[in-house]
Design a protein around this ligand. Sequence first.
Ligand code: AMP
Ligand code: ZN
Length: 102
Amino acid sequence: MENCIFCKIANGEIPSERVYENDFLFAIKDLHPRAPKHLLLIPKVHVEKFADLDDENLAMELYRAIQEIVKEQEITDFKLQVNNGARAGQEVMHLHIHIMGY
Ligand code: AMP
Ligand code: ZN
């Protein structure tokens, strides 16, 4: 998707430090962390928002990735957040899951 910052990060147009990656998704550090370990889990395909996620395999990949990431990063206490829609605070219109670790 043109002009989508997370698509640009996904395809390497914008450099990023990836803390996790597989064929379907990747995780980066949030630019403006609101927790000691604030990560963003981002699918590589452009899905605008959580309500549009209709690929069960991708949903399962996201779920599995969260569990692996927190294990790898030794995060025991964390919050997950998905903002769906602008009025709920979604600024980047490419699905992402905030993993906020403490
Ligand atoms: P949301 O409000 O749910 O759309 O969250 C978007 C998040 O993306 C915010 O927490 C931003 O700090 C973060 N963000 C925006 N641009 C970048 C970037 N280039 N690299 C890392 N995080 C970013
Ligand atoms: Zn996108």
